[in-house]
Design a protein. Structure first.
Length: 361
């Protein structure tokens, strides 16, 4: 059995109500006090909250018995076209023509045009493949004369009995000419003291390069600069999230050459002291420039275990000079897929062993 429920903006009310129940999975609609519309997908492991008309962000996620979302000053999303005015989400899409922190020669906004893009044709799909699932999707059409014409169609799938979600971004070039592509899946986990980062990337300066450029939107201290100097020469210092380490305002490390398994996947975890783990896994064939991002200011707490990306987040001019800009051929579509969520103790232990074998091979 399969089908879908179309979601219109007029369907939302002040109180949360259920629009779909399927094999123990539910989809509910509600409106935040700020006026932002939200869809909650839930299964027996928890829930995710998606903002269908504001970037298709995953605003909040609670799976495996804990809240995954970064800590911030925002207790609810605010209606805005610029994500920094409401930056407290679990996941946002960045790109797709431009992405990253704009440099002195760039004119594009921070992280591009899609973080808060207005989506249409919102639908919640339900189906049974191996297991029943719900999937929310929508379409954003970007059309600017003399530049580019594309559709962005994200999908977020929650499966029965799973504390993992599948995130997909489909970019369809509707022009007959090739289109430049810069994309990042910006997943913001909540860091935990003494959490261990386990990854299928070597902990050396060849595979992990610290960003030394300080973006215009942040200020730094001497203590922070001292910590940066140490991490630059020894990225393994960030392997354990120690409370004394200086991640205020933020540290970004560009990773390359991730090891992949027989399925083509690379793997990243934040292993909690209790043995469970936050997990990110994906195929790095197109998203071959993952970024590690850590911010611990007290007011804002986030760890991007791995931010799957098609290029580094240094803005268009810098990435163009490095040759990192991808292309989508004319009249074609590329799909970028990420699996993320919570692993229980047994699953986390098995994944750590799996990663260790990849690193030895």
């Amino acid at each position: 059995m399969e089908g879908c429920v179309r979601i219109e903006e007029q369907f939302f009310a002040e109180k949360e109500y259920r629009i779909l129940e399927y094999e123990g999975l539910t989809a509910t609609l509600f409106t935040y006090e700020s006026g932002v519309r939200a869809v909650r997908l839930a299964n027996d492991c928890g829930y995710i909250v998606v903002l269908p008309f504001m970037g298709m962000m995953i605003w909040d996620a609670e799976l495996g018995g804990r809240r995954l979302t970064m800590g911030s000053m925002f207790n609810q999303p605010k209606p805005t076209e610029f994500f920094l005015h409401t930056y407290g989400c679990f996941m946002m899409h960045c790109g797709a023509l431009r992405m990253g922190c704009p440099g002195p020669e760039d004119t594009h906004p921070l992280h591009g045009e899609i973080p808060c893009a207005p989506y249409q044709d919102i639908a919640v799909q339900f189906s049974s493949e191996e297991e029943p699932y719900l999937c929310i999707t929508g379409i954003y059409e970007h059309d600017t004369a003399f530049t580019a014409h594309y559709n962005a169609q994200p999908e977020v799938k929650l499966t029965k009995g799973s504390s993992l979600m599948d995130i997909t971004m489909n970019i369809s070039n509707r022009s007959r000419k090739p289109m430049e592509l810069m994309y990042m899946c910006h997943i913001n986990y909540r860091p935990v003291d003494h959490g261990r980062i386990v990854q299928s990337v070597p902990w050396d300066t060849k595979h992990m390069v610290l960003r030394t450029y300080i973006p215009a939107h942040v200020t730094v201290s001497k203590k922070f600069l001292g910590f940066m100097d140490k991490v630059k020469d020894n990225p393994a210092l960030t392997q354990v999230l120690k409370p004394k380490d200086e991640y205020d305002p933020e540290i970004a490390i560009f990773m390359n050459g991730p090891r992949v398994d027989e399925g083509g996947f690379c793997h990243f975890m934040q292993v909690h002291p209790d043995g469970t783990a936050d997990y990110v896994g994906y195929r790095p064939d197109l998203m071959d420039h993952p970024t590690r991002w850590i911010m611990r200011t007290g007011e804002q707490e986030a760890v991007g275990i791995a931010l799957p990306s098609t290029c580094d987040p240094e803005g268009y001019t810098a990435e163009h000079k490095k040759g990192n800009i991808k292309e989508v051929p004319g009249n074609s579509t590329v799909a970028m897929k990420v699996r993320t969520g919570v692993l229980n103790k047994k699953e986390a232990l098995a994944m750590e062993g799996h990663i260790a074998k990849l690193m030895k091979s």
